[in-house]
Design a protein around this ligand. Structure first.
Ligand code: IMP
Length: 402
């Protein structure tokens, strides 16, 4: 059976910590979309790990980690990320079908972002251009590195499809780049779908780890201010090759407040003191780009919508302790005016009394009464059970609700 963890806000919900917490119960952790635009931070044994492409199960030796076909892979970034672990052979598997992010994809991303009328506030990692090439059927894939003769032909086709683009590398330069990384990456390249099917047949447990968040989904997010992949649970199947029938539980991850990086609608954003409190106390600076995140109140309308899209069985509420010290906490429970992508939506707020001292608590009854009331009210509004609440970055500080 395969369970899914997905973000139900605009990314950075704390999925890494949750997956790290769940990983000991799984044989495989699988990334199914996105690329190194993701940044999953895990604090374990006093050490902070920032993962971008490698699934969060890597910190557990029994866990096998899969970069699925739906992911876009930058070879240089992956090689850098493998380095601190030494050798991950037998523990990391990369789909031969995964598409490559090439150096000129990054340049293309940077160039588009420089054009004020087309800027999205991307991570400038080349994600959008690589996915464009995938659906445009001119992309290069990890498996192409296996056949140097065919590779040359494919590079030539790829380059001719991009003849209009500035900064295009020569065939030889791109070939040299790919051949330089091939020996490092090919030992990890395999048919990961077959690997996962075998695991299912052996009754092994698989955890599919979403990146970014549902509100950044290319179809259902705040388009065009979205990423270029299917970030919701539906993408877990197309991005791994598992069948819908293989999916068991779907867990949504939300922060107890809300953040967003980059441009685009964010109805409950707070540009005043509360936003500043959340940013500083919650260390809301991007793991990948170090950009200051926009901060605001929990948007229950967006989370409820995302839970419906994903079919969440339960929600994990992260970073509750960051709200410690606020006198009043607002929650967006409706919008005065709506549009499909939330442009111009004005939130209707419900007010809650703040609290102190939820940090480090691991038992629901030991939480301040106001924090308990806040959790139960959110659960009621979004209509999905809150199964776990995180009260510090540490692995062990997690309240489990019955
Ligand atoms: P891209 O994925 O780099 O193309 O960026 C598209 C949008 O998704 C931008 O608003 C980014 O800030 C946002 N984004 C991409 N990856 C993440 C992430 O891991 N966390 C939060 N936002 C992200």
């Amino acid at each position: 059976m395969a369970d899914v963890v997905v973000g139900v806000q605009w990314g950075d919900e704390g999925k890494g910590k949750l997956v790290d917490r769940l990983a000991p119960n799984y044989d495989f952790v699988v990334r199914f979309q996105g690329g190194h635009n993701a940044g999953h931070t895990i604090v374990a044994n006093g050490k902070t790990h920032a993962l971008h492409l490698i699934p969060s199960g890597v910190l557990y030796p029994q866990c096998k980690n899969v970069i699925g076909n739906g992911v876009v892979v930058a070879l240089d970034a992956l090689a850098e990320e493998i380095k601190p672990f030494g050798d991950l052979k037998g523990r990391l598997f990369v789909s031969e079908r995964a598409h490559l992010i090439l150096p000129h994809h990054c340049l293309q991303d940077v160039r588009t972002e420089g054009n004020a009328t087309r800027a999205i506030g991307t991570t400038k990692k080349g994600i959008g251009p690589a996915y464009q090439d995938k659906v445009g059927r001119v992309g290069l894939r990890v498996g192409d590195l296996k056949e140097p003769k065919l590779l040359k032909e494919k590079i030539a086709q790829h380059l001719s499809a991009h003849a209009h683009i500035p900064d295009l590398p020569t065939l030889t330069a791109l070939e040299d780049y790919l051949n330089a990384y091939a020996p490092l990456i090919l030992p990890y390249a395999t048919d990961t779908t077959a690997l996962l099917w075998e695991a299912i047949d052996r009754q092994q447990k698989i955890l599919l780890e979403g990146a970014q968040g549902s509100m950044l989904d290319v179809d259902f997010g705040t388009y065009p201010y979205v990423t270029s992949s299917t970030t919701i649970a539906a993408g877990a199947c197309s991005g791994s090759g598992l069948s819908v029938k293989d999916i068991g539980k779907i867990i949504g991850v939300a922060k107890a407040y809300c953040t967003r990086v980059g441009l685009g609608p964010f109805p409950t954003e707070d540009l005043g003191q509360v936003g500043a409190h959340l940013r500083e106390k919650g260390h809301e600076y991007g793991t990948t780009t170090n950009r200051a995140r926009r901060c605001g109140y929990f948007d229950a309308v967006a989370v409820k919508y995302a839970c419906r899209l994903n079919g969440c069985d339960e929600v994990a509420l992260m970073k509750l302790d960051v709200l410690d010290g606020l006198e009043e906490i607002l929650v967006g429970v409706g919008y005065e005016n709506t549009s499909p992508n939330l442009e111009g939506a004005k939130p209707i707020y419900k007010s809650f009394k703040g609290w102190n001292n939820s940090a480090g608590v691991s038992d629901f009854n030991a939480l301040p009464k106001e924090a308990q009331a806040y959790i139960l009210a959110l659960q009621e509004i979004i209509g999905v059970k809150i199964g776990a609440v995180s009260t510090s970055p540490k692995r062990e500080n997690m309240v489990l609700l019955p």
